[in-house]
Each structure stands twice: as structure tokens, then as C-alpha cells.
Design a protein around this ligand. Sequence first.
Ligand code: PGA
Length: 317
Amino acid sequence: MPKLELSKQLMIRGVSLRQLQVFLAVYQHHSITEAAKGLHLTQPTVSIQLKKLSEQLRTPLYQVHHKKMVFTESAAILANYASEMLRNAELLEMELANLRELKSGTLKIAVVTTAQYFIPHIVGPFLRQHPFVDMQLTVVNRQQILERLNRGLDDIYVVSHLPESPPIHSQEFLENPLYLVAEAHHPLMAHPNLKLNDIANEPFILREPGSGTRLALEKNLRELGVQLNIRMVIESNEAIRECVAAGLGVSILSEHALKLGSDDRLKILPVKELPIVTHWHFVWPQHRNTSIVARAFIDYLGNDYLAPHSQLSASSP
Ligand code: PGA
């Protein structure tokens, strides 16, 4: 940094907003007595503040001519900046107060793809309670959520498998059952006592690497020693549903992604080893200052959302 810049900074470092306020009052009234009255201070206090300010800024601020105050050019420049600085200080105070009282702010939530179907219903009442709070919702797969979590890009995350790092707080809140889904008239519908091995030759449609659904499925298949006939890898639950409905294969998807009530082209196949049940978790980083809005949301989860859902288990740090 050039020397001149540094000395400028040092010069005003000790100047307080109160001193600027006192100076401005004197400058506007052209009188120490009047300024002192307006500020409910004594005359000597105001004089001392002015003297100190002039010393700190290393420039005279006024002279007395025929018993009248005559301000220097430095004082005129200072008056301009001082009013701007005081206005900004007021705005800063106002904005911080707004944030504290949730009259502004953005809740940054990042959720895995499959959570997009229910998250709006959980966040909705919170946003209605706080109409000045905005939401930034990011929907990506599990791998991308982990990357965002590591980079600290969001306030709150929703995943089904807890990450091992970084250190986090988490709150479990909802079941995530994974079912085998097929086109409604699939011949296997009539199969008695269906097992995963019975679908080993069926064309299977799988989510992409990095997907939490895929992770849970692969873990279970490994444990059961079952191998599937993977014919397609698709990044989107919607596209998988369409492919299944078109009879291109079967798939295992979260109940939340199936939308069975509104799509009668698909049916769940009753497989002995299914559903695979995991749970959804809200997650937020431990080593990061939780924003005011995020803290309010976490409180809302604990008090308003999770409490009435007493059948759901919640594990708070
Ligand atoms: P996904 O994640 O949407 O990336 O498959 C779901 C999950 O974590 O269970």
C-alpha cells in the first residue's frame, strides 16, 4: 500500500462518529454554544472535542474572526464526508436491526434432488411467518451437496446419508423409503413372493454416480449379493419415471419421487427386501457462524415443524 494511503488511514482511525456528530452540529450552527445546547453537552466539552478532532486530523478546522467562527477549507471537506459517514452509520444500524428482527435476509438451502418434492412444504410456513425473508434453494445430487457443504456455500442442507466431514450438526426428520417401481401392467406384478433376485434380468434404470439414491441401493445390493441388469443411467427422477412409464425398464426410487397418487402409469412392485429405508436429515456446518435467518429456521424446525410431528425422531446436537 502506498505511504500516503497508509498515513490517511492512520489519521482518521481514532476519530469517532460522536466527534463527527459534534463537529457537524458546530459547523451547521456556526456556534459552539448553540451546538452544545442541541447536543445537551457543555460548551467546554464541545470545544475539547473540536480541538481533539483537529489534532487527530492534523488540520485546523476554524479560526475566530471578530468573535465569529470562520471554518477552514478542511472543515468544509470534513463536513461533507462527516454527514455521509453518519448517514451510512444510521443505515448500517437500520439494516442490522432489520436482519435481527428478520425484516430482511436470505435463507440459503441446498437439497439433494429427491428432497425437492417435500422441502417447499416444510419451508413454506416459515417463509409465510417471515414475509421479508427470501429463500435461495439449490437442488443438486448428493455429491454436489457435499462439495457445497465443504465450500460453505449454503446455510442448511438436506441429505439422507450424513457426510463424514466437515463437522456438522444434524436433525433427522422424515423417512425415505426406496421402492421398486415398474410400468402399471408389468408382468412381474402377478409374481408371488417377489425377491430382488427375480428382477436380476429386468432392464434396470439407475440414477447417476453421486446420487444418494444410488448410493443406498448399491450398498443394499452389495449386502444382499444381488446384481442388476443396468441398462440406463439417468440423472433425473422425472426422466426415470417417464422411462419406467414407457416400459423401458424398472427402477428403485424414493417414495417422494414416485408421485404415485398423481401418476397411475406406475406401480410399486412388492419385493420382499424392499423398501430400503433411510432418513432425511437437515444438516448445517459446525464451524461456521450460523446466519441469523438460518438460526431462526433451525429454531422453527425444532419448535414449529418437528414438535407437532411427534412420530418423527429428531436428533439435535
Ligand atoms: P439424490 O439423493 O437425489 O442425489 O439421489 C437422495 C438421497 O440422498 O437419498
